[in-house]
Design a protein around this ligand. Structure first.
Ligand SMILES: [Fe+2]
Length: 275
């Protein structure tokens, strides 16, 4: 498999500014919902919030679970809805995605296939952790090779790694079973590369930030349903959908914050027993 690369230049202050949108779980049918939340309506509300917030950003990062039903229409809906932001979008697959349809539809709708974005001071590396029809993640040797090669290629640039699954414990037992199974192999690859500043992921449908000795682990709310932090069993949260804004500074610092919708418009079905 060939990994495409994009070069981008940022303004004189050197910041690379990102929006993370994750776990949109869209359907072909616009009336469908996930555990009582209409996923298209909640994504549209998040996009409207982004427009209202009017913060400057350069790229959108979609970190997986774009579709819930594997349909081409669901992927088209994602592009149509997010395109109003008029910014380039990079994407990676989550456990719920169907890659043959995902690749074809997103490409047909004009999205890049690139999995490496190289800027003045940073490089972003987008990894595929999907194991077909399984909720957990795994990095195949090809992905680990791509990661190692990319990091060796630009040792002077700070690195942000993006993937769907979490490579650290997040304190939710039921979600931690569905983690990146070979996180040790991942950490072995990045260990000799101190330029790796953070891993940005989706999958856990909640705000999460943890700084280890070497790097930061950062996740974001889904644009639809939210999972309750620090819960042993499956549990939904009444927090609202949202997105994350990240500013990657020229000096390697990451300034980042989560923005959620106000109000209580998107509440999940409290009786849901599973996901
Ligand atoms: Fe998800």
């Amino acid at each position: 498999m060939e990994f495409e690369k994009i070069f981008t230049h940022v303004d004189s202050d050197g910041d690379l500014r990102l929006l993370q949108l994750t776990d949109t779980h869209l359907f072909a049918n616009s009336a469908m919902g996930l555990l009582g939340v209409n996923t298209l309506a909640s994504l549209e509300a998040v996009i409207a919030q982004i427009q209202q917030d009017d913060i400057p950003f350069d790229w959108v990062m979609a970190t997986g679970d774009i579709s819930q039903d594997h349909s081409a229409r669901s992927y088209e809906r994602f592009v149509e809805t997010v395109s109003v932001l008029e910014k380039p979008i990079l994407w990676l697959p989550g456990n719920h995605d169907w890659q043959p349809v995902m690749h074809q539809t997103l490409s047909q709708k004009g999205l890049s296939r690139a999995k490496q974005l190289v800027s003045d001071h940073w490089q972003l590396i987008l990894l595929d952790t999907q194991v077909t029809e399984k909720p957990h993640g795994y990095l195949e040797p090809e992905q680990l090779d791509f990661l190692a090669r990319s990091l060796s290629e630009y040792p002077q640039k700070h690195a942000l790694i993006l993937m769907h699954h979490q490579s650290c414990s997040i304190g939710c037992n039921w979600l931690d079973q569905h983690n990146l199974k070979n996180a040790d192999a991942f950490h072995e690859v990045i260990a000799p590369h101190p330029q790796v500043k953070a891993v940005l992921f989706g999958h856990i449908h909640q705000n999460f930030e943890y700084q280890s000795a070497q790097l930061a682990y950062i996740a974001s709310p889904s644009t639809c349903i939210q999972f309750l932090p620090l819960s042993k069993e499956f549990a939904l949260d009444r927090q609202q959908p949202g997105y994350r804004y990240l500013k990657l500074r020229a000096n390697g610092e990451i300034h980042s914050r989560v923005r959620r919708l106000a109000g209580q418009q998107f509440l999940p079905d409290a009786q849901s027993q599973g996901y």
